[in-house]
Design a protein around this ligand. Structure first.
Ligand code: YIT
Length: 324
């Protein structure tokens, strides 16, 4: 048991482990003064090849977490560190990881999968509008707010995330182009291509929620997982997929497209017929914007559009501008 920072101990009582990851664990914690429950993510620095990388990654992750504000993105409460670890105090997501939910239910029913998928799309749409690529979307990084099927989801773990440095690309293009590779000029290295990796991952996530098993896995046939992915070869086993609608399958097939330029984007996915489901949208907005409860969906849409507008404004004027 590595020694916990004293100021963390003074403010929180850390109890049992509730989650385990490659770079550390998650403990259930109680704020001593209020008895409110929190999750404390402990990230061991030794897992990174060098001290510098650990600190840089964590700093980026913390910067992202403190900068983003969306109902479907995890929120940090506090941050501590010692020589060997980072301690991040987070809102507790009582439902745990989507990974365990899908595992225990074999597969989610389509309306639940749709509700979760829509929230993931909104979270990733928000990240992308802030110039952030998540790059590591998987069931372990999708948390559920309660044990109920109808619940809020939150995306977490920004360890692999990258903030798109358009400025770096601009500077590059100012230099002599003669040594630059073609992809620097094509879509490949600007926001378009980078963002598409998250669309692919959301396709894998939706496949797992609907089918209860992953589309690419070493146990399938003779090919390596990498070959299966590069070829975009997956199978929708009848026994699992016969109860899934054609529209849901269409979303999966349009996201699991190998060519990033041909892959359906997040925006296109949000417009797909499968998600034009008023009942689901009302439930999702009620979960995401409970304060807008009184005015119903209209108010929720109002909240969405204003927050979207603010974002775009901030994007144009850079981060310096404080939005009031
Ligand atoms: C800022 C830290 C973001 C992060 N990981 N970041 C990283 N791995 N670099 C991360 C990773 C995992 C979690 N997990 C949880 O919060 C969590 C809550 C929870 C509750 C459970 O049962 C009630 C079971 C598992 C849980 N995981 C929270 C944050």
């Amino acid at each position: 048991q590595s020694s916990l920072p004293r100021d963390l101990q003074e403010k929180y009582l850390l109890t049992r482990r509730i989650g385990i990851g490659v770079c550390g664990e998650v403990r259930l914690a109680f704020e001593r003064s209020t008895c409110r429950k929190f999750a404390v993510k402990i990230i061991n620095k030794k897992n990174f090849q060098s001290e510098g990388t650990a600190t840089r990654n964590a700093k980026t992750e913390i910067e992202i977490l403190q900068r983003v504000d969306h109902p479907c993105l995890i929120k940090t409460e506090d941050f501590y560190q010692t020589e060997e670890s980072f301690y991040i105090v987070l809102e507790l997501m009582e439902g745990g990881e989507l990974f365990h939910r899908v595992k225990s239910k074999q597969q989610l029913n389509e309306s639940v999968a749709k509700l979760y998928f829509y929230q993931m799309l909104r979270a990733v749409q928000y990240l992308h509008s802030n110039g952030i690529i998540h790059r590591d979307l998987k069931p372990e990084n999708i948390l559920l707010s309660s044990q109920d099927d109808v619940c809020l989801i939150k995306v977490t773990d920004f360890n692999q995330s990258r903030i798109l440095e358009e400025a770096v690309l601009m500077r590059t293009l100012c230099g002599t182009p003669s040594y630059l590779a073609p992809e620097v000029f094509t879509h490949a290295s600007t926001t378009g291509y980078g963002l598409a990796v998250d669309a692919w991952s959301l396709g894998v996530l939706l496949f797992v929620c609907l089918g209860g098993y992953p589309p690419f896995h070493e146990s399938f046939g003779h090919q390596s997982v990498t070959d299966q992915i590069i070829r975009g070869e997956f199978t929708m086993v009848q026994s699992k997929w016969k109860s899934v609608s054609d529209q849901a399958k269409d979303v999966v097939r349009k996201l699991l497209v190998v060519d990033p330029m041909k892959r359906m984007s997040i925006e296109e996915a949000l417009q797909h017929p499968w998600l034009q489901d008023q009942k689901m949208l009302e439930t999702a907005h009620r979960l995401m914007y409970p304060s807008a409860e009184g005015g119903g969906a209209a108010a929720a849409m109002e909240v969405e559009s204003t927050s979207g507008r603010n974002l775009r404004k901030r994007g144009r004027e850079g981060d310096g501008e404080e939005q009031h």
